[in-house]
Ligand binder design. Sequence first.
Ligand code: NAD
Length: 329
Amino acid sequence: MDIKKVLVADAVDNACIELLKKYSIEVDCKYKLSKEQLVQEIKNYDAIVVRSDTKVTAEVIQAGKRMKVIGRAGAGVDNIDVNAATANNVIVLNTPGGNAISACELTCSLITNLARNVTPASASLKAGRWDRKLYSGHELSGKTLAIIGLGRIGREVALRMQAWGMTTIGFDPIVSAEEAKQFNTEFLPLEQIWPRADYITVHTPLIPATRNLINQKVLNSCKKGIRIINVARGGIINESDLLAAIKSGQCGGAGIDVFEQEPPTDPVTLELIAQDKVVATPHLGASTGEAQIRVAVEVSEQIIALTGKSKDYTSTAGVINRSVLDKRA
Ligand SMILES: NC(=O)c1ccc[n+]([C@@H]2O[C@H](COP(=O)([O-])OP(=O)(O)OC[C@H]3O[C@@H](n4cnc5c(N)ncnc54)[C@H](O)[C@@H]3O)[C@@H](O)[C@H]2O)c1
């Protein structure tokens, strides 16, 4: 495939640009373009690279008459209209594995933080108080962690939290009980998971089957004081049901990195974030130096693979719409 000019529309690590240039691909970096500017600019490029900020809408895709590839340096393609891209024969690719360890480590941090009230205790001390009794916590050793979604991130979380002495149980529609056993996790149907868990962490994509997966009914089937973690996607946990469960004490705390709307403006989300028992971070799962370099390099490698110019880079494992890849091959 002939890819001569790439527009990098969000600030990805320089490693992405360097690698493309090494293969004689011209790169322009133009950040924070308005929708109108992007519609104008895209006409001059064979490919676009984005992170999360730029929305690659149907209008942008239709304007990109030369465009063959949309590359997302990150996991998921929520900001890209994949249907429009497929209809216009444009390949959409992402770099799903590049930030798995970073997202996993943030998940583990939120779990340990919740157990020992680190965030509210620190805020209280900074405010001049010395509340040792109020912020007494619990040990994780001997507790049960339920992992919903046993893919790349879910299984890394399992291995790390086992080192803290946690028992891991989980569910995933494409993982067998045998496979789960390989990472010491007991595979169970969801209805058996809820009453056993002390902590629940979700690591699924946001799809119709996972939207509102953690809702009022589920929260009420859990032990009183259940802790909930979401470093996957906003919408998997019903925010208003979670808020109600925190207020009633049914939920003992939540660690949340992702929200229905980002940045959040909805009053329910804002009230949820403001709860003492909620540790909230602004979608930081992939925000590490290591992950950003990895996804930047991976997106370039896949674009280079599509040009057929390299013997080293041949994998296009991150392509979402493989039917377009087959057509263009
Ligand atoms: N917070 C962040 O910055 C950040 C960073 C990286 C990834 N993520 C998100 O984390 C999530 C997991 O990423 P991953 O790389 O592990 O993905 P993955 O594809 O490796 O694993 C996801 C797993 O979820 C399973 N799944 C699908 N539907 C399910 C259901 N109904 N119930 C239970 N499991 C179900 C899939 O079968 C799959 O095994 C994704 O939503 C991804 O976008 C967030």
